[in-house]
Write a protein that binds this ligand. Structure first.
Ligand code: MN
Length: 349
């Protein structure tokens, strides 16, 4: 079985970021899809924040129709990220309302829970669409998730992360927490003991389960989807620069901090030493020649970042420009694969 994992397409996003609308550039991806038994779209597939959802969807429609034809019998699994969290928000809301069992790391999301998912399913037919959240066990030892949970352990290094820090440390603004599953407990918390105070910093504070991650980010994402001013603040440089200064982080140290944060998420979700494939930061790796120990999480998770399908191609210097994806085949370790892209067709600027 060959699984192809592609992340951060941001379809329908601002001009230039959404290059897959150009058929010359989607062709290499569709070719790669034809050779796969299963395709995982690893979140931030659609840009549902920056434009009215309807616009992004209509812009992305031809791509989904092409994708459906290219799949020809292969499985398609969609995982939501922060920019398209709206895809799973209605399903999550229903779960929370029912006070169902704690959310696991891999859950099938019903297509009927969202009108957008129903549309996507129609467009990719006859291929069948499955939605998994917050991630998917690709294999017993390979877990794939978008990676937006890492923002909960990054401190104030962007406007969006500042807002997450605020919602994490202001308990009264959060919905009530459900009991966490005992297998996911870590740290000094014991059943029956008094709740531990939330301490800042990745070591103790912040979420420890899928429910708690969703409590920290869910309502913020919903607000970002609907408030343009908030969105502008989330992406502005001022809070990012100020936060980095206060955290004593240089721009060069940010990727390392992001990997540590993803390793922290893997540890808190109980993923052990699994391979953990993620995207979100658009920083692909480990790249050829890079020390693999730099990509190891606190609990031994082996991290792999798919990067952003075309951003890498647009910024690659020297050699043939390539887009990146992760391939999981047989019992081999997952590998980061470059796929050649006709860069001349890329939009300028
Ligand atoms: Mn993201």
């Amino acid at each position: 079985v060959r699984t192809l994992i592609v992340s951060d397409l941001h379809l329908g996003g601002p001009a230039g970021a959404d290059v897959l609308r150009k058929t010359e550039l989607s062709a290499p991806l569709l070719d790669a899809v034809r050779d796969a038994d299963r395709v995982v779209l690893l979140g931030d597939l659609l840009e549902l924040r920056d434009s009215a959802a309807g616009d992004a969807l209509e812009l992305a429609r031809p791509f989904f129709e092409d994708l459906g034809r290219a799949l020809s019998g292969a499985e398609l699994v969609l995982i939501a990220g922060n920019h398209d969290h709206a895809l799973v928000a209605p399903w999550l809301a229903r779960k929370t309302l029912r006070q169902a069992a704690p959310l696991g790391v891999e859950q099938r999301v019903s297509i009927d829970s969202s009108p957008i998912l129903r549309k996507l399913a129609q467009w990719v037919s006859p291929a069948s669409l499955e939605v998994s959240y917050p991630g998917l066990w690709v294999r017993d030892d390979v877990y794939a998730t978008h990676g937006h949970y890492l923002d909960c352990h990054m401190g104030i290094t962007s406007g969006e992360r500042l807002m997450i820090a605020l919602s994490t440390h202001m308990p009264r603004l959060r919905p009530p927490r459900r009991r966490r599953p005992s297998s996911h407990q870590s740290g000094p918390h014991h059943p029956g003991s008094a709740p531990q105070p939330h301490l800042p910093g990745p070591a103790r504070g912040g979420p420890h389960s899928v429910d708690e991650y969703e409590a920290a980010i869910g309502s913020l994402y919903a607000r970002l989807d609907t408030h343009e001013a908030l969105r502008r603040f989330a992406y502005s440089r001022v809070p990012a620069r100020l936060g980095m200064l206060l955290a004593g982080l240089s721009h060069e140290q940010l990727p390392r901090a992001e990997r540590a944060a993803m390793g922290e998420v893997a540890a808190r979700l109980g993923l052990g030493n699994a391979y953990v494939v993620f995207g979100h930061t658009h920083r692909a790796g480990p790249l050829a020649g890079e020390d693999p120990s730099r990509w190891q999480g606190r609990d031994g998770a082996r991290l792999i970042n798919c990067g952003c399908w075309l951003e890498h191609a647009l910024h690659s210097r020297g050699g043939a420009p390539s887009a990146l994806c992760v391939m999981v085949e047989g019992n081999e370790p997952p590998v980061l694969v470059g796929i050649e892209v006709p860069l001349a067709a890329a939009p300028k600027g």
